[in-house]
Each structure stands twice: as structure tokens, then as C-alpha cells.
Write a protein that binds this ligand. Structure first.
Ligand code: F0G
Length: 407
């Protein structure tokens, strides 16, 4: 028997965590993992965590039980929480940090979830894993499936994922299926395929994957010594923002922190069903049929986790807004030029959102603010090259340099 259960977020029905469900069989809503937190003692947890390096599995008492002796891991997590003094000064924020989760083994936060998800897949003795992806999930799943020696199928929207991510999925040996259509079509197909072809889905509808992702919230609390006041995070399918909220609330429940931050979920204007729901003041989304944005990772019109994330953001006292492609690229450049971090466009959406929130007077500058940078800039070299100054072609001479520098 596993110690945790999976529970429907709507009707509350509980199921054994040894069963494979992505939605409640009774009412078709999303499921979440419920751990027996009341059995845990704050001081012993603190001692155990402090004895291990900052990483996903440092928090193993707050993660689902892995039946195998050890999880499938590449020491994911333990990513830097970078103090942004230059950006902070520019925007008048004294305490501004970026959690650079692009520093995970495959270059995105997905690895936090995959170490738990793939370990669970082996426990469940599934033969193959699958996902639909805008790129990062496929790169991460391919790597972890290789490590676990298990079959891997990824379904991507043809021609619409960033080059670095595609190259990773291919290099790690996954079977890459490219469909005509967008991410939402790929997602619908993978869910259908999971039933008919018996594939274990490791998209964020899998509640075990989100358990791994919530550890980023634990890490931020430990890196700062207490939770921030504000967390600003890009939102696509809505899994990561919901996972952070679960992490912050669980840390508080076990007595390891006293507060939870307000969560601000940032979407791209052309792919913003969740931000629009907040604008309308409604608890439900209207899917967008043809989402478009330069931040291809979050080019999603029908987010699978919309209900979880709307509830999480609402419960935190935050909100969701959208930013334009121009604001995203501008923020990406500022982070690179002023803070030394190369983040992919979707990862820069949080900073773009922060700037918008500050300038519209919706955030206090004296708060302690953490922005999440979800993926590494090397994932999307095409957009970086397109949006940066071109190299100046010169002859191999000092005169050439002088001419280029106008000196
Ligand atoms: N940032 C990056 C870099 C992402 O790759 C994603 C999602 C998100 C933010 C949004 O996270 O979906 O949990 O709200 N990428 C998925 C993928 C959809 O297939 O790689 P979310």
C-alpha cells in the first residue's frame, strides 16, 4: 500500500495511488496527490532536509513514496535564486529575485516533475510513457525515459517547437511524432492514445509529476529563509503555477513556513485564456482555438490544468494578466544584458509581467518578489538570434575593429 492517495479536486473522491487515472472516473475533474501531512513532525523534517543538498529529493518526506529503492534522478532542482540588483534598481524594487529553473539537467523545470513521474512509471510497471509537448516536456521526458530504459513517445505540433527542444527529444532517442495542428490537438491525441495504446501520460494532468514540481516552492522558502510576498510565474497549461501553490501551502501546513505568497500568473496576449477569465471575473476559461505567441512554450489555447491554476491563483490572493510578445522579448533581453541569465521567451514572461504589474500600480515595490524563469535561453536559439543585434562582419584587422567601433 502506498501512503498517499489521489483525490478529485471537485467531488473529493479518493483513489489508490496504485491506480492510473488522469481525471476522476466519477466526475472527470483533475486529481491531486494527498499526502498524510499531519503524521509529519516539523522539527524532524527540518533536520532531515537540512542534512541533504538543495534538490528535489531533499524533500522526499513531502513527496509520493517511491517503491523502488531509489528514484530515477539526475539531481534535479537546487537551481539558483538569483538576486537581481540591477533589474531591481531599474524598477525600484529592493528585493527582487529570479528562480532560474532553466538550470535543471535538461534546461527546464520539467525535470523536477519527471524524476518523480518516471520513478512512479517504473513502480506502476508501465511499458511506455508519452506526452504532448510545446517542447520542454518532450525534451525532459525523452531524457528520463532513456535513463529509466523505458519506451517514450512524444507528440509535438509540427514545425512549431523551438529547435533546441526538438533536438533534445530526438537525441535522447524518443519516438517523435509531429502532427499537423497545435499543442492542444497534440494533447487531445495523447490522451486518446493513452487509453487505446496503454501509454502512461506524463503531461501535467499526471498528478505525480506536479508533486516533483512543487519542490521549487520549498527551495525558494529555504533559499530565502521564508516565503516571498509575491511569486510571478509564466502560465501555459497551468500545471506549474498550481504545483507551486501546493508546495507553498504544504510547507505552511507542516509548520516549515508561516505564510504563502500571492501568485501572479503571466500569459502571452495571444494565448491567454486564464488571464482573460480573471479579467472577466469568472472561474472558467473560454478556450482559444488558434493561440499565437513568440513564447512557443506557452502557446496553449485550452490549458488542461485551468481549474487547478485558477483556484490556486485565486486562493493566493493574486491574479493573472497577459503581456505582449514585444514585452516578453524586451524582458528577455533585460534579464540577459543586466543579470547575466539567458532565459527562453516563455521564461521571461514572468519579468515582463512583473514590469507591467509595477507600472500599472498593481504591485507594491517594497514587497519581496520572486519571478520564475522556467526555461533556458539555449532552447530557442532562433528567436534569440532574430531579436538580437547581428554580428558585425569585419576583416581580421585592427582597422576592421576600429571601423566597427567608430573610433
Ligand atoms: N515555461 C516554459 C519554459 C514551459 O515549457 C512551459 C510549459 C511553461 C512555462 C508553462 O508551464 O504549462 O505548467 O503552465 N511547457 C509545456 C511543454 C506545455 O510541453 O513543454 P505550465
Amino acid at each position: 500500500m502506498s501512503r498517499e492517495v489521489i483525490k478529485c479536486i471537485e467531488c473529493g473522491k479518493e483513489y489508490s495511488s496504485d491506480e492510473i487515472f488522469y481525471a476522476c472516473p466519477a466526475c472527470n475533474n483533475l486529481l491531486e496527490v494527498i499526502l498524510p501531512l499531519s503524521d509529519l513532525d516539523r522539527d524532524s523534517l527540518r533536520t532531515a532536509f537540512d542534512s541533504r543538498p538543495l534538490s528535489v529529493w531533499r524533500y522526499r518526506e513531502l513527496l509520493p513514496r517511491i517503491g523502488r529503492q531509489s528514484p530515477i534522478t539526475m539531481n534535479e532542482g537546487g537551481t539558483p535564486l538569483h538576486s537581481c540588483s540591477r533589474l531591481g534598481e531599474r524598477f525600484g524594487v529592493g528585493n527582487l529575485f529570479i528562480k532560474f529553473d532553466g538550470m535543471n539537467p535538461t534546461g527546464s523545470f520539467k525535470d523536477r516533475g519527471m524524476t518523480v513521474g518516471i520513478s512512479k512509471a517504473l513502480d506502476l510497471k508501465v511499458k511506455a510513457v508519452a506526452c504532448a509537448s510545446t517542447g520542454n516536456t518532450s525534451a525532459s521526458l525523452a531524457a528520463y525515459a532513456g535513463l529509466a530504459n523505458i519506451g517514450c513517445i512524444v507528440i509535438i505540433p509540427s514545425g512549431r517547437i523551438a529547435l533546441g527542444k526538438l533536438s533534445q527529444a530526438m537525441m535522447h532517442g524518443a519516438t517523435v511524432l509531429a502532427i499537423e495542428g497545435n499543442f492542444d490537438d497534440a494533447m487531445a491525441l495523447v490522451m486518446k492514445a493513452s487509453e487505446e495504446l496503454n501509454l502512461y501520460v506524463l503531461n501535467s494532468v499526471n498528478p505525480f509529476r506536479l508533486e516533483g514540481q512543487k519542490t521549487a516552492a520549498f527551495e525558494i522558502c529555504d533559499q530565502l529563509g521564508s516565503p516571498p510576498d509575491i511569486l510571478v510565474i509564466p502560465v501555459g497549461n497551468g500545471g506549474n503555477s498550481a504545483a507551486y501553490w501546493k508546495g507553498f501551502t504544504e510547507f505552511k501546513k507542516v509548520g516549515l513556513s508561516e505564510d504563502c505568497p500571492k501568485i501572479y500568473g503571466i500569459q502571452a496576449v495571444g494565448a491567454a485564456p486564464i488571464a482573460k477569465a480573471f479579467e472577466r471575473g469568472e472561474e472558467r476559461i473560454e478556450p482559444i482555438s488558434d493561440p499565437e505567441t513568440v513564447a512557443t512554450a506557452i502557446r496553449i489555447g485550452n490549458p488542461a490544468n485551468w481549474k487547478k491554476t485558477i483556484r490556486a491563483i485565486d486562493a493566493s490572493g493574486g491574479t493573472s494578466i497577459s503581456v505582449s510578445d514585444e514585452e516578453i522579448i524586451e524582458a528577455q533581453k533585460m534579464i540577459a544584458e543586466m543579470e547575466g541569465m539567458f532565459v527562453e521567451p516563455a521564461g521571461a514572461a514572468s519579468i515582463a509581467g512583473l514590469i507591467r504589474l509595477l507600472e500599472s500600480g498593481r504591485l507594491d515595490r517594497d514587497r519581496r518578489i520572486v519571478c520564475v524563469a522556467t526555461g533556458h535561453g539555449l532552447k530557442d536559439p532562433d528567436s534569440a538570434i532574430k531579436n538580437s543585434k547581428k554580428p558585425i562582419e569585419i576583416g581580421p584587422t585592427i582597422e576592421g575593429i576600429r571601423a566597427a567601433l567608430h573610433i
